[in-house]
Design a protein around this ligand. Structure first.
Ligand code: ZN
Length: 180
């Protein structure tokens, strides 16, 4: 069994609310429509521009498709988290935003509502191909899920061992009582 984090559930629910409900919707065009974002392709990228009326994400037109996609997901994560622009915050705050954003984007790219697919795919290569992401991001997500599964299994084994020990102890106690 896999127990997701609160962040995973929140992101998954948000995506489903916005109509991102299957693997076929995990594309820049669908995210743009769902979150009302305009896309611009330029000679530079990785920029999120916001005002009261519009949200624009700028991607580098020279980047490979997969890098453009992850760059988009990164900026979308900032948008969802409502991070303040780096010009408005201290450097340590910006670094903190970056860290949290990089963590969040894996849950957009490979949402919790598809976690069974991730487990079935089972390898970094297959997860990367299925979700159109880099192996680096696929590995992060897959290992995150597997580590939690192992934890649970570890817990189960520990429980079984404890039950066994309790049985041995109660048998010993019974035997002891017989002898008395
Ligand atoms: Zn960023």
């Amino acid at each position: 069994m896999y127990v997701p984090s609160n962040t995973e559930i929140i992101v998954s629910n948000l995506l489903e609310e916005k109509g991102i409900t299957s693997i076929f919707k995990l594309h820049i065009c669908d995210f743009m429509k769902a979150f009302n974002i305009t896309l611009r392709l330029c000679d530079f990228g990785g920029v999120l521009l916001k005002n009261e009326r519009r949200t624009v994400i700028i991607l580098n037109k020279n980047d490979p498709e997969v890098i453009q996609y992850e760059s988009f997901l990164h900026e979308l994560s900032h948008h969802i988290r409502e991070d303040l622009s780096y010009q408005l915050v201290e450097e340590w705050q910006h670094n903190n935003f970056e860290c949290k954003t990089n963590h969040l984007m894996q849950y957009i790219a490979m949402p919790y509502f598809l976690y069974e697919d991730i487990i079935c795919l089972n390898t970094v290569e297959k997860v990367a191909r299925y979700f159109h992401v880099t192996k680096e991001l696929a590995r992060k997500r897959l290992e995150g899920i597997k580590n939690k599964l192992i934890d649970l299994r570890g817990g189960k084994i520990a429980n079984l061992q404890r039950q066994k020990r309790e049985m041995v102890l109660s048998n010993q106690l019974q035997r002891h009582q017989w002898q008395l």
